[in-house]
Write a new protein. Structure first.
Length: 481
């Protein structure tokens, strides 16, 4: 970590092996707790500076056996770092420099970020996603300026930011579980309150909750982001520009794959913000449970201190002070006492245990019928059967729209009922994915047509596609084959 902060962060630097060895020596010098028991160097080690390419000079010219031993250990540690792959040497002519390869560099970067601050920061992430999608929506094939067209790459960045936001929410949920476990494992009330205020209020609440429950709350721009993603994916001109820029930036190898990548990014953003409510419900549930536990702890602690025992103890101490002062030798306090009675009585004894009755086989009772539950169950089954139309239902809808041997564009298909809309949406997805069920493929061909004007009705707006119905003779021939 020290070598990473010293040489491989900030401005590009290419240290020599002697400088890296010097850095290892400084870590040993400033951290005596890392030494082995047999490596007690006694007095503080002297400072050293790199002098030339092949020597390490000690400040003040002091030379001791312990310093030489420490330098030897530093060189051995440097050789181990080279052998284990954490560092690598590069030769540039007569100059040898040290660099850190990609794998160890990524690991150290993550460790450094965890070492500094483990809290999740969002910093206007939700606002950035919305602004990126608004800029992408303005793209059209008429724009020829390269700088303006490069705004399309903001879509992939928005996708990465959304994934980061989801991971951050999972980290907050995991941290809440850890804090709840720490609070409940505390032995005393003081330890429990200290863990609550230090870890929950100080570390998590003031950093993470403040960032997601104030300005950056996802519900603030949730609907706007979902609408932007849907409008973009259903606008062929914008999708064309995005696909071209994905290919130009080498994100996708071809236009067809770029179109799928763009649609995948937009669908990922839409689905993330559409389902983010469940994650927030879990976070809110854990927060309420944790606060309720601490609130109960404080309430019962206050009852123990302010109850009858606490008041009686205070009263006894006051009476002792009055009696000790001698001013009131016959001091008395009016008090009502319960009459003394013996706890021993035939009525106070616990009843004797009766012999256990043997088990008897009986017929099971019928399950109580709930008419409301049965109605809801039936409605749910009807909803499931209706929301996902079968291939036979989709084929029946297409047969009503397209005559035998005819062809029709999706933009001219009329939708009158909810069932028509569901069947049309299923056919649109079949045309988009090119995965048409066999029952439909025997009578129809579905082909996407993003270059043609889109379907735009009161029900939905989507990219156009072509429906071709095969002739009856061709259908019978395919059945015979």
């Amino acid at each position: 970590m020290d070598l990473y902060d010293r040489f491989f962060t900030g401005a590009p630097a290419f240290p020599t092996p002697q400088e890296v060895t010097h850095g290892i020596y400084e870590v040993m010098r400033s951290n005596p707790t890392l030494w082995n028991e047999g490596d007690d160097f006694g007095d503080p080690l002297p400072d050293v500076i790199s002098a030339g390419r092949r020597r390490i000079k000690r400040v003040g010219g002091s030379r001791t056996e312990t310093a030489d031993k420490a330098l030897l250990i530093a060189r051995q540690i440097y050789a181990r770092l080279i052998a284990w792959g954490w560092l690598e040497e590069e030769e540039y002519g007569l100059r040898v420099t040290v660099d850190m390869s990609m794998g160890p560099l990524l690991v150290i970067q993550r460790l450094a970020s965890l070492n500094k601050d483990v809290s999740q920061r969002f910093g206007g992430l939700i606002v950035t996603v919305r602004l990126n999608l608004e800029a992408v929506e303005k793209l059209s094939p008429d724009i020829l300026d390269r700088k303006q067209r490069e705004v399309a790459l903001a879509l992939r960045e928005a996708r990465n930011q959304v994934d980061q936001f989801t991971r951050s929410l999972r980290a907050i949920l995991s941290d809440l579980k850890r804090i709840r476990r720490t609070v409940m494992e505390s032995k005393t009330v003081g330890d429990r309150l200290e863990a609550f205020f230090e870890e929950f209020v100080g570390q998590l609440l003031l950093k993470d909750f403040e960032s997601i429950l104030t300005f950056n709350h996802p519900y603030r721009f949730r609907d706007a982001i979902i609408d932007l993603a849907r409008r973009i994916v259903h606008t062929p001109a914008t999708m064309q520009v995005l696909s071209e820029e994905y290919v130009a930036a080498s994100i996708s190898p071809s236009i067809s794959e770029a179109a799928l990548d763009v649609e995948g990014d937009l669908l990922a953003i839409e689905s993330t913000f559409g389902q983010i409510g469940e994650m927030f419900e879990r976070i809110e549930s854990f927060r309420r449970q944790l606060e309720a536990r601490v609130r109960n702890t404080i309430k019962y602690a206050e009852r123990g201190a302010q109850g009858l025992i606490g008041r009686a103890a205070d009263l006894v101490r006051r009476l002792d002070r009055i009696h000790a002062s001698g001013r009131f030798p016959n001091a008395a306090v009016e008090w009502s006492l319960e009459p003394l009675r013996s706890p021993w009585s035939e009525f106070h004894q616990a009843p004797s245990r009766e012999p256990r009755k043997p088990l008897e086989a009986q017929a099971l009772g019928e399950r109580p019928a709930d008419p409301l539950y049965e109605i809801r169950k039936q409605l749910r089954l009807q909803y499931i059967a209706r929301i996902a139309p079968s291939p036979a239902q989709v084929r029946s809808f297409l047969e009503k729209q397209v005559p035998p041997g005819g062809t029709r564009e999706a933009r001219f298909v009329s939708l009158d009922t909810v069932d028509d809309f569901l069947a049309f949406d299923a056919a649109r997805r079949f045309a988009l994915t090119k995965d048409v069920p066999a029952e439909i493929a025997r009578a129809f061909e579905l082909e996407g047509a993003p270059d043609l004007p889109p379907h735009d009705s009161e029900w939905l707006r989507c990219a156009n596609f072509i429906i071709r119905r095969q002739a009856p003779t061709l259908t019978r021939r395919s059945h015979a084959q």
